[in-house]
Design a protein around this ligand. Structure first.
Ligand code: ZN
Length: 158
């Protein structure tokens, strides 16, 4: 496993539409393992492959200590419910946060690292994260959806 460099806003990789994974091979597994390590190191909730310069539809989300890491390959959001406006940030946009409206619940259909299809439903933070990361795969950053930026200096909860 190895840490990968997180690309920041202004990098062209973050503006591109990513291609689907076709081969569920060793290369994909290495990418997933590297992304998980990079996400943990950066203390983030989610990471999409274009954020480490790989233009493929791959996402990892940290569901916390009990659930571990969720790996989403070729994810497609199939259902959303409700709407919540809350603050979010992005590892590719350091030092900023802003309010974004997202669904309260989001169901995603994806493949695991072995090519098995599954469904996952996230609520609140995880619904937000699924939508945020899937946007990355289409070259969309949350800053394009922000209704209001918040001042990081005053600190939110952390
Ligand atoms: Zn992001």
């Amino acid at each position: 496993m190895a840490l990968r460099k997180i690309r920041e806003i202004g990098d062209s990789c973050l503006k591109k539409k990513c291609r689907e994974i076709e081969k569920f091979d060793e290369r994909l597994h290495t990418l997933l393992d590297d992304m998980k390590e990079t996400l943990l190191e950066a203390n983030g909730v989610g990471l999409a492959a274009p954020q480490v310069g790989i233009l493929r539809r791959v996402v990892v989300i940290d569901l916390g200590e009990d659930e571990g890491m969720l790996e989403l390959i070729n994810p497609v959001i199939t259902h959303t419910e409700g709407s919540v406006t809350d603050i979010e940030g992005c590892l590719s946009v350091p030092g900023k946060a802003g309010e974004v409206e997202r669904p309260q619940k989001a169901t995603v259909k994806a493949y695991d690292r072995n090519g098995e299809e599954f469904e996952f439903t996230g609520e609140d933070l995880y619904a937000r994260c699924i939508c945020h990361e899937c946007d990355h795969l289409d070259g969309i950053l949350y800053v394009e959806k922000v209704s209001r930026f918040v001042d990081m200096e005053q600190g939110e909860e952390e």
